[in-house]
Design a protein around this ligand. Structure first.
Ligand SMILES: C[S@@+](CC[C@H](N)C(=O)[O-])C[C@H]1O[C@@H](n2cnc3c(N)ncnc32)[C@H](O)[C@@H]1O
Length: 418
């Protein structure tokens, strides 16, 4: 990277904040067991950039590689404090291996200088390795390294912060999940640049880009254009959301992820939004990601509030609500869940474990576990749902609702139309 540092825009700051918060929380959760003496973890920044930016005010701030190192430092401090407070004497070590990949040669050289000058990169139990070249070329070495050092778990977080949407091939993401089942992946995806440029003139460019992204077998530009043409009469938002919802499902399917949160970073300066997708194989990871979203109002999600997260038209025929993860969104979410949960139980025509309801709806709702518990508890209080603990007792508060609790409809409620 030659010349002045690039300017860090608002939306990248918001993205860094989410990454930092998620990673600190992730590392703290790993350290919860009082018997554990430590953990090995790998963080991969597959599109690392040069490691430094300047703000419009002129001051210099770190890029994502430094965010990873900061999160590691903060997590180590918080874990040590937490263990002191819980009187746990056993020392705890987070052994972190960080892989940074940057294709552009001058940018990689700048990143190397930044890392050389960053004290957090040279503390004990931290190894930073820079790969000049493409992410695809570095991936086999990274996977081999993780499997060698972390034979059991392969615990790792991959950050794939591409420009646009066709630099990451989703089949590579699927390789990550099949080789490292505990891996989690953050993927940025400029969905609005795809949607904004959708026109007949762009067909020749879009189809090769869809093929590069790994979506070529599932989607083609003609199909996307047909959705735009069919729904244009309904207004701009309708076809945009139809395409977004289709893309989310295909991204999750091709990447081999079990769970996906398709939420937006809000860029204040521009109308072009982008997704910060979190892809994972475990429900707990999905829940933690949703928690970070609800705690951080820099993000939003246009889509249904209940079990219609990917839907673009609400059940009332209006355009679905724009979730800003704020107090108002909490209320709308709770109301929507109170309508949707009995309908779901009625559709299934069988009593349902609460844990199964949470798992089955994880990709359909932005709601966190706490909100699902509150909705089920409220429905029980209103006598619109029966909740039985394993021992047959009544639940006295929402947050003690357990996975093994069984929920069912009072008999007359089976008559609700599906
Ligand atoms: C959006 S920027 C990364 C910003 C960085 N993650 C941050 O938040 O500070 C994308 C970077 O990926 C690099 N890049 C582009 N294609 C790549 C590839 N195939 N493999 C690795 N890096 C690539 C670009 O040179 C650019 O520096």
């Amino acid at each position: 990277m030659n010349g002045p540092l690039p300017v860090l825009e608002d939306h990248s700051l918001a993205k860094h904040e989410v990454l930092r918060a998620y990673l600190v929380n992730y590392l703290r959760i790993l350290a919860q067991s009082p018997h554990s003496e430590g953990v090995r973890v790998t963080l991969v920044d597959g599109f690392a950039g040069g490691g430094q930016y300047r703000l419009p005010t002129g001051s210099v701030v770190g890029g994502s590689p430094l965010i990873l190192l900061d999160a590691l430092k903060e997590a180590r401090a918080l874990v040590s404090l937490d263990r002191q407070q819980r009187n746990i004497r056993k020392p705890y070590t987070i052994q972190a291996h960080i892989h940074l990949v940057e294709k552009h040669r001058a940018t990689a050289a700048h990143l190397q200088r930044v890392i050389d000058d960053t004290p957090e990169a040279h503390v004990p139990n931290t190894t930073v390795q820079i790969h000049g070249g493409s992410f695809d070329a570095a991936l086999p070495h990274i996977l081999k390294d993780v499997r060698t050092r972390q034979k059991k778990s392969g615990r790792s977080v991959f950050i794939l912060d591409q420009y646009g949407w066709s630099q990451v091939n989703l089949e590579k993401v699927s390789t990550i999940f099949s080789e490292l089942p505990s891996a989690e992946v953050f993927l940025t995806w400029m969905i609005d640049s795809l949607v904004n440029f959708l026109s007949k003139d762009m067909l020749e460019k879009l189809n090769p880009a869809l093929a590069r992204s790994g979506l070529g077998d599932a989607l083609d530009a003609e199909k996307l254009l047909a959705i735009k043409a069919a729904d244009s009469a309904e207004g701009d938002l309708t076809w945009r959301r139809a395409i977004q919802s289709l893309m989310t499902e295909q991204i999750r399917r091709v990447s081999g992820a079990t769970y996906c949160t398709p939420f937006y970073i809000i860029p204040r300066q521009s109308r072009r939004g982008y997704w910060l997708l979190h892809l994972a194989q475990h429900l707990r990871a999905n829940e933690e990601m949703k928690r970070i979203h609800w705690d951080n109002n820099n993000l939003h999600h246009p889509g249904g509030a209940g079990f219609n997260m990917l839907g673009f038209v609400g059940t009332n025929g209006q355009l679905a609500f724009d979730n800003r993860f704020d107090a108002y969104a909490e209320q709308v979410t709770l109301d929507a869940l109170r309508e949707d949960i009995p309908k779901r139980v009625a559709q299934l025509r069988t009593p349902l474990r609460f844990g199964d309801l949470v798992q089955q709806t994880a990709n359909e709702t932005p709601a966190r576990l706490k909100q699902l518990q509150e909705a089920v508890f409220a429905l029980e209080k209103e006598r619109n749902l029966i909740v039985r603990t394993k021992a047959g007792a009544l639940r006295r508060n929402a947050h003690s609702l357990a996975d093994d609790d069984v929920i069912e409809l009072p008999t007359q409620m089976w008559l609700i139309p599906n």
